[in-house]
Design a protein around this ligand. Structure first.
Ligand code: GTP
Ligand code: MG
Length: 458
């Protein structure tokens, strides 16, 4: 297959170092393809011609002159019983990049080709070892940065999302068959009651597909983490709060208004989620060029953030600029933070924002409450339970969205007595969209785009 930038030649025997680069006790070189065993036999000190599958063989890997490169364990996985579904041999050699690269070079010398990123997984997919959702889940599993993301990837790997999509497909098949028959024998017509039944059925299915689609928001949070931005007037204590939340002395804190000039970004964890926390320049009217640019960036950060923490100084009356900011912040994704509650006489005021918390960045009082509030706003549509199937992949989301649209068109067509040819064409479109998620109807370009994101050796 040759698509776009990557060419996956399926006849070749491919190889790669499957363990991470750097020092380690062992390194594994994977060889997969129809010549894998024959090739391993040539570089190994023992004959492997009658090797049993899934049995480890101890011996030496030798170079062309018969000199030992390393003592290794060699593991043949034959008769399709391997990750790729082809004959595969794993060579477990000593770690250290020099040795593993010499073994790899020897494998290449004997005729294997270096694998492209994701090529092992691609072969597993081609050989029906997994569907596309599962192949993509492997990549997610490797790159998972938090527990939620790991759970979601694990669920996809064991095929839970695939099963859900297959369940949708199965439920469509019956109606699709009736519609196809209607095209073939239009004179038979469709009974009014069966049309009603079918519409009811398809609408309820559409609802279920929508429920899955709605998990995507959570999916994106899980996958990419959440950006939170601290905004407010100068000197209200944004940088101090940033440091307290991070539990380290990251940002400069002084009593000079206008201390922070640029955007500062740091990552932190909150209940298993990755958070990108940004501190910004205090917002006020100024003619000073550097500060002005800083304030422009503060406004942009506020627009881009998933969640805004608007910091107000509770130890002084609200100022005009505070009121302007209160108007400006995105109300549904904002938490108001009354800071400096440790100062005598500090008090919160009534403002029309749904979420507010009183804290002292200095003494760290109220921070736990702030963390809880942040968490509840992020998961305002409910935190996914460990067992819930969530959509985390944009490609799946788009395909499901298209499928829902097509299904909507089927129902509309039925309700408005559209001619059966149009209705069946929408029905087919819906099935194709669902199939696209599982990879059963997909163009080579998309496949190449998916697998080329993998790391080499996978
Ligand atoms: N008493 C008290 N002082 C605080 C608190 N938080 C911050 N401060 C003080 O308020 C002053 C300003 O704090 P910063 O964190 O630099 O304020 P900022 O909002 O980042 O200010 P700019 O960077 O200028 O926009 C410093 O002197 C802090 O020590 C608090 O909770 N209580
Ligand atoms: Mg600051």
């Amino acid at each position: 297959m040759n698509s776009g930038e990557y060419s996956y030649e399926e006849e070749d025997t491919i190889t790669a170092i499957a363990t991470p680069p750097g020092e380690g006790a062992i390194a594994i070189i994977r060889v997969s393809g129809k010549n894998a065993l024959q090739l391993a036999d040539q570089l190994f000190s023992r004959s492997l011609i009658h090797a049993e599958s899934h049995r480890a063989y101890y011996g030496k890997v030798t170079d062309a002159q018969g000199q030992a490169i390393d003592h290794v364990l060699l593991l043949p996985m034959l008769h399709g019983r391997s990750f790729t579904g082809e004959d595969t041999v794993e060579i477990h050699c000593h770690g250290g990049s020099l040795i593993s690269r010499r073994v790899l070079a020897r494998v290449v010398e004997l005729g294997a080709r270096l694998a492209q990123p994701g090529e092992f997984s691609f072969r597993a997919f081609l050989n029906g070892k997994m569907d596309l959702v599962q192949a993509e889940a492997i990549q997610d599993l490797i790159s998972a940065k938090n527990e939620f993301s790991l759970d979601a990837a694990n669920h996809q790997l064991i095929g839970r999302l695939s099963r859900e999509v297959e369940r949708f497909q199965k439920r469509l098949f019956d109606s699709a068959a009736v519609l196809e028959a209607w095209v073939d024998f239009p004179e038979e017509g469709l009974e009014f009651t069966s049309v009603q039944e079918m519409c009811k059925d398809l609408l309820s299915l559409k609802e279920e597909m929508k429920i899955l689609l709605d998990t995507f928001h959570d999916g994106a949070l899980i996958h990419e983490g959440v950006s939170i931005c601290l905004v407010g007037c100068p000197n209200v204590g944004k940088s101090c709060l940033m440091n307290s939340l991070l539990e380290k002395d990251r940002a400069i804190v002084t009593d000079i208004a206008g201390t922070t000039r640029d955007i500062l970004e740091e990552t932190m964890r909150l209940n298993g989620l990755n958070i990108r926390l940004t501190d910004t320049a205090g917002i006020r009217e100024t003619d000073e060029i550097v500060e002005k640019e800083g304030i422009r960036r503060s406004h942009n950060a506020m627009v881009d953030a998933d969640l805004v923490l608007l910091v107000l100084d509770a130890s002084r009356p609200l100022q005009e600029q505070d009121h302007i900011l209160l108007e400006k912040v995105p109300k549904d994704r904002c938490v108001l933070v009354w800071n400096k509650m440790d100062v005598e006489g500090a008090k919160t005021m009534d403002v029309s924002l749904p979420h507010s918390v009183a804290v002292s960045a200095k003494t760290r009082d109220g921070l736990q409450n702030l963390r809880k509030t942040i968490d509840s706003v992020i998961w305002s549509q409910g935190c996914p339970s460990k067992d819930e199937v969530v959509l985390t992949n944009l490609r799946h989301k788009e395909a499901l969205e298209d499928g829902i649209k097509a299904l909507g068109a089927v129902v509309e067509g039925l309700q408005s007595d559209l001619s059966p040819e149009f209705i069946t064409s929408d029905m087919r479109r819906c099935l194709i969209c669902l199939g696209r998620i599982l990879g059963s109807d997909i163009t080579e370009d998309i496949l190449s785009a998916i697998f080329s994101k993998f790391c080499i050796g996978k």
